[in-house]
Ligand binder design. Structure first.
Ligand SMILES: [Zn+2]
Length: 399
C-alpha cells in the first residue's frame, strides 16, 4: 500500500526542506517535494508526522556486530572464551538495536574471531528472520603473521581475531577465500601494536598491500585499512584502499596524500574516547590522556587538509544502538557542525561506500527512512530522538 509521509521537514541527505512530503511505494521512494506537489495514489494511506524531521536511514561506517563493549568483557576473552553461538546470539540483538537507533545500513569491519558469522547474520537480516540493518561485511579481515592477537604464552597457538596471510601466494589465496565466503569488502590491518614496547608499527609491506587491493578490486571489492601510524597510512593510501580506519597518528603530509588519492578517513573518535574511559579517564574532570590529545591534533590536521570523512564509530567497542555517539562527539569535541556530520552519515557514507541506491531522499532510492524529533541539522542530539524507522518500505518503529 502506498504511504504518504507528512513530517514537519525533510532532510534529503544534503539540505533541510520545510513542508515536504515523501511518497513510498513498495520498497522505494517514488516522490519527494513540497507537500502540495506530492499526491497520494488511490488506496494509499497518509502518516502525519508533526514536529518530526524525516531523513535518509543513517549509515554506520564502522561496526562490529559480533563484539560487545570491552568494559563488559575484554576483547581477548570475547575471542577466546565466548562460543560462536553465544556471540551470534548477541549479534542478533545488536543488529536490532542498530536498526531501531535509525541506522538502516552498516559496514561490519571484521568478525574478530567469529569466523564467517557476519555473513550468516547478513543472510538472516536479508531473509527477514531477524530485524537489522543492511550489512556490508568484511568477514575475517587480514593480518600479517604474528602481528595480531590474542597472544598467550609463546608455547600456545590460539585462534586469532583475524586471518593471517603473508607473501604473494598466501595473500591472493586469503583474499579470494574471504570473497568466496561472502565478503563484500576486504579489511586489512596495515599496522598494529606489535612494535617494541607494544607501539604501533606497520605490518604488511607495500607490495603485499598493493596485491591485496589488486586482488580484491579484480573481484569488484574495495579494501579498507586499519591504520594509525603515518607509515601504515601511507602504504595503505598508495596501495589504493578506499578508507583508512582510525588514523590516530596522521599528520598534515599523510592527510594531503589521502586527499590527493581520494582516500577517506573514518576517524572512530567514539572508540578512542570509550577506551580511554574504560582505562579510568574521567572525561570532563581529568586532563585529556595523551592518546586523546593526539587524536585532537591529528583530526585538526585532517580537517585542515580537507580529507573526506566517513562516519563510523567502531561501535561494538561501545554499546550497539549508541551509534550516534560518534556523531555527537564529532560536533561537541571536534568542532564539526551537526549538518556536516549528518551529511557524512547519509549521502556522504553512501557515496564513499558506493551505495547509489540509498543515503538520500529522492525518487527511485530505497525507502530507508528515519524520523526524529526536532531538527538534526541544527542539534546533533536530535538523532537520538528516533520516532520512526522504515527499511525498504517496511516499518520497524512508528510513532
Ligand atoms: Zn574496528
Amino acid at each position: 500500500m502506498p504511504v504518504l509521509l507528512r513530517p514537519a521537514a525533510v532532510f534529503d541527505g544534503r539540505d533541510l526542506h520545510q513542508g515536504w512530503a515523501v511518497l513510498v511505494e513498495n520498497d522505494k521512494i517514488t516522490a519527494a517535494g513540497p507537500a502540495a506537489q506530492v499526491t497520494l495514489p488511490a488506496g494509499g494511506r497518509t502518516m502525519e508526522l508533526p514536529g518530526l524531521t524525516l531523513m535518509p536511514g543513517l549509515i554506520e561506517g564502522h561496526a562490529h556486530l559480533l563484539l560487545h563493549p570491552y568494559n563488559e568483557t575484554p576483547w581477548n576473552d570475547q575471542v577466546l572464551l565466548e562460543s560462536h553461538a553465544l556471540r551470534v546470539a548477541r549479534g542478533t540483538v545488536h543488529a536490532q538495536r542498530t536498526l531501531l537507533a535509525g541506522f538502516t545500513t552498516a559496514r561490519d569491519l571484521g568478525s574478530e574471531g567469529a569466523g564467517y558469522a557476519d555473513v550468516g547474520l547478513k543472510q538472516a537480516i536479508d531473509q527477514g528472520i531477524i530485524p537489522g540493518p543492511r550489512l556490508l561485511v568484511a568477514t575475517l579481515a587480514l593480518v600479517a603473521t604474528g602481528s595480531y592477537g590474542p597472544k598467550l604464552a609463546t608455547d600456545i597457538d590460539v585462534p586469532q581475531g583475524a586471518q593471517e596471510a603473508d607473501g604473494v601466494d598466501g595473500i591472493v589465496r586469503a583474499v579470494r577465500e574471504q570473497i568466496g565466503k561472502g565478503a563484500d569488502l576486504i579489511k586489512v590491518y596495515a599496522d598494529y601494536r606489535w612494535g617494541p614496547n607494544g607501539t604501533a608499527q606497520p605490518t604488511f609491506s607495500q607490495e603485499e598491500l598493493t596485491l591485496i587491493v589488486q586482488t580484491a578490486r579484480s573481484a569488484g571489492r574495495g579494501v579498507v585499512a586499519h591504520a594509525s601510524t603515518v607509515e601504515g597510512m601511507r602504504r595503505a593510501t598508495l596501495a589504493g584502499v578506499e578508507t583508512i580506519e582510525h588514523g590516530d597518528d596522521g599528520n598534515a603530509e599523510i592527510f594531503k596524500l589521502m586527499k590527493q588519492r581520494g582516500v577517506a578517513l573514518c576517524p572512530t573518535v567514539a572508540a578512542g574516547d570509550a577506551i580511554a574511559q574504560y582505562r579510568g579517564w574521567k572525561k570532563g574532570q581529568d586532563p585529556q590522556p595523551p592518546r586523546i590529545k593526539q587524536k585532537h591534533t591529528s583530526m585538526q590536521a585532517a580537517l585542515k587538509a580537507g580529507v573526506t570523512l566517513a562516519m563510523g564509530g567502531d561501535v561494538g567497542v561501545f554499546t550497539h544502538g549508541d551509534n550516534a555517539r560518534e556523531m555527537e562527539q564529532l560536533v561537541q569535541d571536534f568542532g564539526l557542525t551537526p549538518l556536516q556530520v549528518l551529511r557524512q552519515a547519509t549521502s556522504g557514507n553512501a557515496q564513499i561506500f558506493h551505495l547509489a541506491d540509498r543515503g538520500s531522499v529522492r525518487p527511485g532510492l530505497l525507502a530507508d527512512l528515519v524520523a526524529v524529533t526536532g531538527d538534526p541539522t541544527q542539534d546533533e542530539t536530535a538523532v537520538r530522538q528516533v520516532r520512526l524507522v522504515m527499511k525498504g518500505g517496511v516499518l520497524y518503529k512508528q510513532p
